[in-house]
Design a protein around this ligand. Structure first.
Ligand SMILES: Nc1ncnc2c1ncn2[C@@H]1O[C@H](COP(=O)(O)OP(=O)(O)O)[C@@H](O)[C@H]1O
Ligand SMILES: [Mg+2]
Length: 207
């Protein structure tokens, strides 16, 4: 593998899309050969799998089935999009990857890290990112940022509770996986972006 694989993780509203967009502008300016992707990332097969996962009619889908389908879509995206770009020496920046399954299906849905690790390492053959950036902000703070004007009244207790579980699920991964670096992102999007850019430099991902 010649390129580098960087994934970006965090709760809803933590700023993943915003940060990836700002980072892409800088990388373009610097002449870095990179792609930005997200699962299912324009892979037809992965897209079809995702349609099954998200289909509101599939109310009987069990958590294990959901986790396995995510792993199947992930490996398809890896083979079709990520690995070809890496073998061309590109930097691949991916919005969410296996840690989302660990936090959402493993921690929040309660399947446990081990179950998710097992099925994903079976599917992905231990293929792991060179660096994972975790945008560290509590779901409540992220929510308030997003809906600043009408905070409090539209948070369903259950919804927030679920997202708190996701957040704790992410925090639990930090000690387990040294590839994951937490970036505090309570400041402005520009401050956060400077931190991310510096991190990529410190890790030798960009020159
Ligand atoms: N540092 C920041 N400060 C204030 N608002 C932000 C910041 N970063 C992102 N936002 C805003 O928060 C919302 C969620 O950001 P987004 O990038 O869509 O998050 P995600 O992709 O992680 O769900 C957007 O409305 C975005 O403009
Ligand atoms: Mg997003």
């Amino acid at each position: 593998m010649k390129g580098a694989f960087v994934t970006v993780e965090g709760c809803e509203g933590s700023g993943k899309s915003t940060q990836i967009r700002l980072l892409a502008e800088k990388l373009q300016r610097d002449g870095v050969d990179f792609i930005v992707t997200r699962e299912p990332g324009g892979s037809d097969v992965a897209e079809q799998i995702r349609t099954i996962i998200l289909d509101g009619k599939n109310t009987s889908m069990c958590d294990e089935c959901e986790a396995l389908l995510y792993a199947a879509a992930r490996v398809q995206h890896l083979r079709e999009i990520v690995q070809p770009a890496l073998s061309q020496g590109k930097l691949v920046i991916c919005d969410r990857y296996v840690d989302s399954s660990l936090a959402y299906q493993g921690a929040a849905r309660g399947l446990g890290y081990e179950y998710i690790e097992d099925i994903n390492s079976f599917a992905l053959k231990e293929f792991s990112p060179n660096l994972t950036i975790f945008l560290n902000i509590s779901p409540k703070a992220a929510f308030e940022r997003k809906h600043g004007a009408d905070k409090d009244d539209r948070i369903e207790a259950l919804g927030l509770e679920f997202h708190e579980k996701v957040y704790r699920g992410y925090l639990g991964l930090l000690d387990k996986y040294p590839r994951i670096c937490a970036v505090e992102c309570g400041g402005s999007k520009w401050e956060t972006n400077d931190k991310i850019y510096q991190l990529l430099k410190d890790k030798g991902i960009i020159g």
